[in-house]
Design a protein around this ligand. Structure first.
Ligand code: 4AD
Ligand code: MG
Length: 445
């Protein structure tokens, strides 16, 4: 029996006869010679079928292989610097080949396809090398985030997906019928995270979150994954200190582990390499001043209108892009007006119109990657804010308990996984950052 190996480990088998199992990515026929690009999920390798070295029936069967046919190949591994693949530079001289299935005519061919067509065939599109590279980087980002937190004394505590009340704004709730009662899909794990924080000190949750966003943008999904750390006795400054270490570590890990994938994506990594702490910090007040100065200097009336901003309104993506451009590094914007932020954010001492909140904006137009704040820990104040926001207090009694029994200053944030993947991979649209995107006009496949 020859050993069954994966393409990723091929270098360990130079000169040996091995068995590979996978799918035909591509095949070129040169008469007595056929080149099969075989992929197995771990990589792509060139396999060479030479008529003289194979049983006639098997060589014949190879010539009928269509794109994405499944096969089991046994052959000898040799180094060949010219051989394409991932990792490139290796070739397998086929000795035996077993066809598992000859694929029907595959809808995704090397020619160009429209993005809607590709999204309709997402279940197959995942096999393409670009999608493969993106989702491998996504997996590494998840792993890196969790390891960093686990090694730094944070504990993973899961939060529910079915919830009785809103976690963020009440306009983007997905409602469901829960045995005759109203319930909602979680927009955030945060409120439960705060309870978990008081039990375990430093915690995080990581799971799918849901927002019935009416917007059709490059940055919004209906279902996205968010990782949320929450820390007892943490100030806004502590939060920014921690976030910059955390985010730069994610980026450096991807740069280190995935140079080949980033090459497949043709990602210019020069901006990413600069994303090292400290990240610049700018207040909302200063950011607004700066945007209006930029608007004043701009000749183009359209651009001027996009940049102009009244104090007290939230940033749109042109604003975020312009702020990030000043620094060419991820930048923290802090102390946002309370009017458009969530009810639980701690007001700034002596200036209750702004709150102890912070967003991290990524460079290159990727916009808000994280959002977080100090939380109100005074019972009367949080009751007042919840009422002002029109939230019925009955459903929040358990949350208010956290302010009744050993309340402490605390802070936390959420990082959007898909926006982080889009930024690191340099993708213009968020739809390719998640295996199966849920968007305004899409829930298939
Ligand atoms: O700023 P957000 O709404 O913050 C919260 O939900 C807090 N409760 C988090 C916390 O403090 N624990 O969302 C956090 C991040 C955003 O910065 C963004 O990266 C991402 O989640 N995000 C989305 N990503 C994709 N599609 C959407 N519709 C998103 N909405 C938010
Ligand atoms: Mg936000």
């Amino acid at each position: 029996m020859t050993p069954i190996v994966t393409i990723r480990d091929i270098a360990q088998h130079e000169g040996q006869v091995v068995t590979l199992r996978g799918w035909v990515y591509n095949r070129t026929d040169k008469g007595k010679l056929q080149f099969i690009q075989l992929r197995d999920g771990s990589g792509i390798i060139q396999c060479v079928a030479f008529k003289k070295e194979m049983a006639e029936a098997e060589f014949e069967a190879a010539s009928k292989l269509t794109q994405e046919s499944s096969v089991i190949i046994t052959g000898s591994v040799r180094k060949d610097p010219r051989a394409p693949g991932f990792p490139g530079g290796w070739e397998v001289g086929i000795q035996q080949m077993q066809v598992v299935q000859v694929a029907h005519e595959y809808p995704i061919t090397p020619k160009e396809h429209g993005v809607e067509f590709l999204m309709d065939h997402r279940h197959l599109w995942l096999r393409s090398s670009r999608q493969w590279a993106i989702l491998r980087i996504r997996a590494t980002i998840i792993n890196t985030m969790r390891n960093w937190l686990d090694n730094d004394g944070y504990m993973l505590v899961d939060t529910p997906i079915i919830t009785p009340s809103a976690g963020e704004d009440t306009t983007s709730l997905f409602e469901l019928d829960y045995h005759g009662e109203k319930a909602f899909l979680a927009q955030t794990g945060q409120l439960y995270n705060e309870a978990n924080m008081a039990a375990f000190g430093k915690v995080y949750c990581f799971g799918p979150t849901f927002r019935a966003e009416k917007s059709k943008t490059r940055r919004h999904l209906m279902e996205f994954w968010m990782l949320e750390p929450e820390m007892a006795f943490f100030s806004l400054e502590d939060l920014m200190d921690m976030e910059q270490q955390f985010v730069s570590h994610i980026i450096q890990s991807v740069l280190e582990k995935h140079p080949e994938e980033l090459k497949i994506l043709e990602r210019d990594t020069s901006h990413l390499e600069k994303a090292l702490p400290p990240f610049p910090r700018i207040s909302y007040d200063d950011a607004v001043k700066h945007l209006n100065e930029l608007a004043d200097k701009t000749e183009d009336p359209e651009q001027k209108a996009l940049l102009k901003i009244d104090w007290g309104t939230d940033f749109g993506s042109p604003h975020e892009t312009a702020i990030a451009e000043i620094f060419d590094k991820p930048v923290f914007v802090y102390h946002f007006p309370s009017v458009f932020k969530a009810f639980y954010m701690q007001p700034v001492e002596g200036r209750p119109e702004v709150c102890r909140s912070v967003d991290l904006l990524a460079p290159e137009g990727y916009g808000e990657i994280t959002g977080g704040s100090e939380r109100i820990y005074d019972l009367a104040l949080i009751e007042e804010r919840a009422k002002q926001m029109g939230l019925g207090l009955e459903a929040y009694q358990w949350y208010l308990d956290l302010r009744r029994y050993g309340s402490v200053p605390h802070a936390g944030f959420g990082i959007g996984l898909e926006r982080t993947v889009a930024w690191i991979c340099g993708l213009p649209h968020i739809r390719e950052t998640i295996p199966y995107a849920r968007m305004l006009n899409r829930k298939y496949p």
